[in-house]
Structure formats: structure tokens, C-alpha cells
Design a binder for this molecule. Structure first.
Ligand SMILES: NC(=O)c1ccc[n+]([C@@H]2O[C@H](COP(=O)([O-])OP(=O)(O)OC[C@H]3O[C@@H](n4cnc5c(N)ncnc54)[C@H](OP(=O)(O)O)[C@@H]3O)[C@@H](O)[C@H]2O)c1
Length: 229
């Protein structure tokens, strides 16, 4: 299995990288800066010896067509955990996702088109996301969190949703509430319609595991899926 990975250096992207490597997949990942050595080698096979991984690095920005095309070339699946480095307006998904979609759609005429993409999104992407929350919680999350504190990340996620859902690709957008760096529990709630009641957080480990499961599953193709503890 050949994976094209965007956002590999990020908090969730690192977990996806580890999981792809442990699964024995061939990974091509886009990095803006030189990745640290642990991306290049597995654990020592014997003292002093280090085994190179099946891990190819493309250097560049996801805003630029050429490195994006290089990253997805020959891939079976595209994984993205792209995001901004701050809560300010950075337009990362607004600029990167159209480049990735265009590069994938340009492979349509090839013998093996790259059609499948699984992205990390956010529960804030859709106005219906809070439909299963109690009214008081819906008001707080919508007005204080989504419309104010997370205004720009939410705008980016809305853009990601719009671009993917208008594409012809086999996309899946995984939509968690707040992400934590705590250990995964291996148990969580998923829902295709709205965030499950009182769902407020989930670990990046559980989200990464769920994204990996989607590689072999058609269940959420051309759909968003909410995930929360
Ligand atoms: N934080 C939360 O509670 C939360 C909740 C729900 C959803 N989300 C969403 O989850 C996503 C990922 O979050 P995260 O915290 O795991 O990631 P993160 O640590 O913020 O990492 C973001 C990744 O995107 C990369 N990136 C940004 N701009 C790029 C560009 N122009 N070219 C190439 N790579 C670029 C970064 O690369 P560099 O290392 O080079 O910067 C990094 O690898 C975001 O979209 C966020 O909105 C977050």
C-alpha cells in the first residue's frame, strides 16, 4: 500500500506516520522543513545498525502544485492532517486542499488514478454538527468556541469540507471536537449526522487509529464522520 501523507510533522500527522510505518506501508510525505532523523530510520535492528524505512520525503509547501504532485504520484491513498500553527487566519486548508484535489483529479486519465483521500477535519465544519447537543451546550460551543475563539480554524474546516464535497474524489473527512495528546482509549463514538451528545474531546491517537481504519473501509466514502469519546 502506497500512502501520500500531508502534515506528517504535525501532532496527529506524526501518529499517522508511525502507524503507516508499522503497517508496512510505503509512505511519501511532504515536509516544509528538514524532518528529524527519527522519520528516516526505524529502531536499531542491532546495536549500532539502523534500518532505513520505506519512507520518502518530498520537500516543499502544500500550497505549491509541484511538490504536491510529487507527493501523490503513484499513491493508493492520500492522508492529510494539515492545519495551521496558530488560531490566527493562516488559510492553510483554503490553499492546500485545492492543490491536493487538483493534483489527484489530474491523475483521472492515468492507469491508476489517485482517488481516495482521508482528511482530518473538525466538528466545527458543518452547521448541523451540534444538532445532538443540549441547547445550552449548543449555544456556548457555537457562539463562544466556533464563532469566536476558533473562528479561523473553523473557517478553514468549512473550506476543506466545501472543496472535498464538490470534488469527484472518494473523500472521507474525520471530524473530531477538541483533540488531546492523552493515550487512546480504543473506544469512541462515531456518527455520520452530528457530534454525539456531550462529545467534547478525543485523543489524537484514537483519531489516527480511526483514520487508518478508513484505508481499508468504504463505509465513509464521500462522507464526513464525527468521532468523539
Ligand atoms: N487542536 C484541536 O483541538 C483540533 C480539534 C479538531 C480538529 N483539529 C484540526 O486538526 C488538524 C491537525 O491538527 P494537529 O494539531 O494534529 O496538527 P498540527 O500539529 O497543527 O500540524 C499541522 C501540520 O500541517 C503542516 N502544514 C501547515 N502548512 C503547511 C504547508 N503550507 N505545507 C506543508 N505542510 C503544512 C505542518 O507542517 P510544519 O511542521 O512545517 O508547520 C504540520 O505538519 C487541523 O486542521 C485542525 O484544525 C484540531
Amino acid at each position: 500500500m502506497k500512502i501520500a501523507l500531508f502534515g506528517a510533522s504535525g501532532a496527529t500527522g506524526k501518529l499517522l506516520t508511525q502507524r503507516c510505518i508499522h503497517a508496512g506501508y510505503e509512505v511519501t510525505a511532504l515536509f516544509r522543513s528538514t524532518p528529524p532523523p527519527h522519520f528516516l530510520f526505524t529502531r536499531p535492528a542491532s546495536p549500532g545498525a539502523r534500518e532505513p524505512l520505506n519512507f520518502k520525503i518530498v520537500r516543499g509547501s502544500a500550497f505549491d502544485p509541484s511538490p504536491v504532485r510529487q507527493t501523490i504520484a503513484g499513491a493508493d491513498i492520500v492522508l492529510s492532517a494539515l492545519g495551521a500553527n496558530s488560531l490566527k487566519k493562516e488559510d492553510v486548508l483554503e490553499r492546500a486542499i485545492p492543490q491536493i484535489i487538483a493534483a489527484m483529479q489530474d491523475t483521472e486519465t492515468q492507469a491508476k488514478p489517485v482517488r481516495r483521500i482521508i482528511v482530518l477535519g473538525s466538528a466545527g465544519a458543518l452547521s448541523t454538527s451540534l444538532d445532538k447537543q443540549p441547547a445550552w451546550r449548543r449555544w456556548i460551543v457555537q457562539n463562544i468556541v466556533y464563532n469566536t475563539l476558533l473562528k479561523w480554524p473553523v473557517a478553514s474546516q468549512i473550506s476543506q469540507w466545501n472543496n472535498l464535497s464538490h470534488s469527484s474524489l472518494d473523500w472521507t473527512m474525520v471530524m473530531p471536537p477538541m483533540l488531546t495528546n492523552t493515550p487512546g482509549r480504543g473506544a469512541y463514538r462515531i456518527d455520520g449526522d452530528a457530534l454525539p451528545p456531550n462529545g467534547s474531546r478525543i485523543s489524537r491517537e484514537d483519531v489516527a487509529d480511526f483514520m487508518m481504519q478508513q484505508i481499508g473501509s468504504p463505509q465513509w466514502i464521500r462522507k464526513g464522520v464525527y468521532i468523539t469519546w
